[in-house]
Design a protein around this ligand. Sequence first.
Ligand SMILES: [Zn+2]
Length: 351
Amino acid sequence: MKIGEYIRKIPKIELHVHLEGSIRPVTLLKLAEKNQVDLPVKTLEELKKWYQFVDFPHFAELYQTISKCIKSCEDIELITKDFLENQAEQNIIHTEATFTALTHYLNNGLDFADQLKAINRAKEWGWKKYGITLGIIIDIPRDFATQQQSMLVAEWVASSTRDGVVALGLGGYEVGFPPVMFRTAFDYVRSHGVPAVVHAGETEGPASIWGALNELGSIRIGHGVRSIEDKKLVQKLKTDKIPLEICPSSNICLKVYDSIHDHPVNQLVEEGVVVTINSDDPPMFNTNLMNEYQLIAAIFNYPPQQIKDFIIAGAKNSLVSKKEKQRIINKIETVSAGLLNPHANQPREDD
Ligand SMILES: [Zn+2]
């Protein structure tokens, strides 16, 4: 079987993708018009050009502009349904998506509880329509949240684990905002049994990842690619089986690496670090999860087994119940076996 076909057909898991950063271009333009937000672009063509980033702060500025196109909980429900439809089209059976509820609370006064209800309505719809599941990570935007706002987000998260919130995240520009600044908020959620999932080692080097691990107890690392610059850290990630949520195209578009050929994903795999593959903000980087797999499979010549390993690593490190994890893993293994050995389970003609 050709690798492209395997990637298309194998059920997939995604652990690092942002709801606001996944808004379909066509939906974004519609929301801007409906909500009278003056976007600097009016057509899909222009939008594509607009998504050319100079650096991370430029990207963050655009991200905020995009977020302003969301004005109501109906908008949140709409973008979540769109998102789930896109995941289903790629055969992504479980996703853990990050959502920056604080932005919509500050911009439009939307209550967190109402935002979450909107997401959960879409989630219910996605389950009924496509049989796919969604866990929500609510993050603290490190580059603009005050201490008080960070605690508010932590309180939202700690009180919402029964409503589908699976972790507290930390996103945004790392430079000048080290993990230790957010220790109180993360201590709080962890004392309530809620895990931390922190972006680190993307716009900053290894110190940021050490901080995410030692100060915030992060159980997975968002990106974490720059761990490759520190041998001890690579060893630590490997020994403690801390998975990295690697998003190759995002790192190229945001200029962490010049090209995919310079990207350390394969080095990290060879070092024995647990690696998962993700799309981050797919339309903003002109990609999606399937494309990310196609890209690395082509560059590093990965066989189906390696692709399956990435997906199983995602499943094993997802924040679902033990029983659900087993269900997901069984599904991936069964489909993979069928794809790689299509005649294994069929009775022979002379039986
Ligand atoms: Zn991210």
